[in-house]
Design a protein around this ligand. Structure first.
Ligand SMILES: NC(=O)c1ccc[n+]([C@@H]2O[C@H](COP(=O)([O-])OP(=O)(O)OC[C@H]3O[C@@H](n4cnc5c(N)ncnc54)[C@H](OP(=O)(O)O)[C@@H]3O)[C@@H](O)[C@H]2O)c1
Length: 312
């Protein structure tokens, strides 16, 4: 099968579409014929070798943590899904470097899958798992409830687009940061207050917030805008010892835990038109296409999700 691999860590030129063996499935896995995948910042961080302590992979590595496609085989223990189901997932890349989503086929644990909503395309479905699950789980970690005020950094980013909509759905007041060209977009997703972070530091206009979802590493200022007892989570940086010791506010790091049940919650919201998907761009599944998709993500200014279309 065709897969995009890296043989060592490095820049985009390490990415190459080539032929490798189709993965075998275990009893609790299904084989998905992928139609689309998407790029997340973790992809280029992993490609650059920045996550080696977390992922001690053997080379070559098939990257990619988002997939949408059709099940073509199921393991003996799989009861909730069948051949022919259209699904999406945030799969786990194996220590052997296999089972990433930049491939025509991926073996995925059944508990990571959810049925793809029928009202969206495979490109749109591939835009959801990693970023959507992160948004859902971080709002939960922040204990967000109706009537509270939350700051969501980078509203036009992959996580931000979902976090804004899910926070609004929960009844929160949402402030977000974005460049001027994205203000209309984030308002259309429900943001109540939009800050051009190039001109106005968040701490100049926000105070007494209940929650902050930090996606950009602006930790000190994010903590500043919280009220006493408020909740802060960063998904893009680490806390200093002093920040870990803050006692009058809940200051945390957050890490996505992929699972099919939460993905099914997102699927329901999409099916009932309560969650929109924003696509920045779609690239072909070629060496040039996958390299360009990484380059686009690495600008830090993609608007929504960067997609790679694997197959019609
Ligand atoms: N811990 C976890 O489990 C987890 C899960 C998912 C993601 N992450 C991390 O979270 C971060 C965000 O991920 P993502 O997928 O949302 O990234 P993304 O899609 O690449 O984010 C792009 C957006 O970031 C905005 N942006 C860039 N610099 C900014 C700044 N200084 N202030 C405010 N906005 C800024 C840009 O907005 P404008 O163009 O409008 O400026 C752009 O729309 C990444 O570091 C990623 O690795 C962690």
């Amino acid at each position: 099968m065709k897969a995009a691999i890296i043989k060592k860590y490095g820049d985009v030129n390490e990415l190459e579409v080539t032929d490798i063996d189709k993965p075998a499935i275990k009893a609790d896995e299904v084989l998905v014929e992928n139609k689309s995948t998407s790029i997340n910042p973790i992809d280029y961080k992993a490609r650059q070798g920045l996550l080696q302590s977390m992922f001690p992979w053997q080379f070559p590595v098939v990257l990619g943590w988002d997939l949408a496609g059709k099940i073509v085989a199921t393991g003996d223990q799989v009861i909730d899904f069948k051949v022919g189901d259209e699904v999406f997932a945030r799969p786990d890349i194996d220590v052997k470097g296999i089972n990433g989503a930049y491939a025509e086929y991926t073996a995925v644990k059944a508990d990571k899958l959810a049925l793809k909503p029928e009202n969206i395309s495979f490109e749109e479905a591939a835009a959801v798992p990693l970023a959507g699950l992160t948004a859902l789980q971080m709002l939960r970690q922040l204990n967000l409830v109706a009537g509270q005020k939350i700051l969501i950094q980078a509203g036009a980013g992959g996580v931000g687009i979902y976090a804004i909509q899910l926070a609004k759905k929960m009844g929160a007041f949402v402030a977000t940061t974005a460049s001027p060209n994205n203000h209309e977009l984030v308002k259309s997703l429900g943001a109540d207050l939009v800050i051009d972070y190039h001109k106005t530091p968040i701490q100049k206009i926000l105070s007494n917030y209940d929650a902050v979802l930090d996606t950009v590493g602006d930790i000190e200022h994010g903590i500043d805008v919280l009220k006493s007892g408020g909740h802060f989570v960063t998904i893009s940086s680490t806390l200093t010892d002093a920040q870990k010791q803050i006692t009058d506010k809940h200051v945390m790091t957050g890490w996505l835990k992929p699972n099919g049940q939460d993905l099914a919650i997102l699927a329901d919201a999409i099916s009932s038109n309560q969650l929109k998907i924003v696509i920045d761009s779609v690239y072909p599944f070629t060496t040039k296409g996958i390299r360009s998709a990484h380059e686009r993500s690495e600008t830090h200014h993609s608007r929504g999700k960067v997609i790679v279309k694997i197959k019609d």
